[in-house]
Structure formats: C-alpha cells, structure tokens
Ligand binder design. Structure first.
Ligand code: ZN
Length: 120
C-alpha cells in the first residue's frame, strides 16, 4: 500500500476525472475506489501472501496459491474486469512507446540529413 501511495501516478490513476476511475465508475461498481486500488496493488505486487511467490509453503506446495506463486486478482469478477481494462491500457501504452521510438528514429534520420545537406 505504501509503495502504491508513494507513486506519483497513483492520485492520477484513481482520480475521478482521469486514469481508470471514470471507467470503473461507469461500470456501476460499488466501492469503485477501493476495488480499483486493490487491483492496482495486485498489478504492482501479485506475489502470493502465503509463500511470497516462491510457490512452496513450509513443507510442500503452497496451499494459498497451489504452487502458482501468485495471488488471485481481488474482488472476483469485478476485479478481473478492472484488471483486464488496465491490461488493455498497459498494452496500448507499450505500443504507443514503440511507435514513439520509431518516430524518434525517423526524426533523427531527417535531422541528420538536414544537417549534412546544410554542411555541403
Ligand atoms: Zn503461495
């Protein structure tokens, strides 16, 4: 919780008019902020609380996670829905970054050509 609260993005992510909050509210979920926060926390740290993600309990396979090493998304179906929604945004953000990087490369080439043209 502390980690999430200290993130500068946190307030933006649960802002009623920005981030994921409007979408969660639009789904008509009760305790939207609590659920969104819990799912965001799960995204930050999904290690199983029983075994700390090492998949083993004291003697055998961890009972909490059945050896998966991760805990389940909180708030069941609604939590899953929020998680999927966040996942889509994460994917989109990644694609956006790659596209931006490609654009940057293109701009650098153009800039380099402009410079070399100006020199000759
Ligand atoms: Zn476990």
């Amino acid at each position: 919780m502390q980690i999430l609260r200290s993130l500068p993005q946190y307030s933006r992510l649960v802002d009623t008019h920005a981030g994921f909050m409007p979408w969660v509210l639009a789904q008509g979920m009760k305790n939207a902020r609590v659920k969104l926060t819990d799912v965001l926390l799960w995204w930050c740290d999904r290690k199983c609380p029983g075994c700390g993600g090492i998949k083993l309990g004291k003697m055998a396979i961890c009972e909490t996670c059945k050896g998966f090493g991760a805990r389940e998304v909180p708030h069941e179906a609604e939590g899953l829905l929020i998680s999927e929604h966040i996942g889509e945004h994460v994917d989109r953000a990644r694609c956006g970054t790659i596209a931006a990087l490609k654009l940057m490369k293109g701009l650098k080439v153009v800039a380099a050509q402009t410079v070399s043209l100006a020199r000759h």
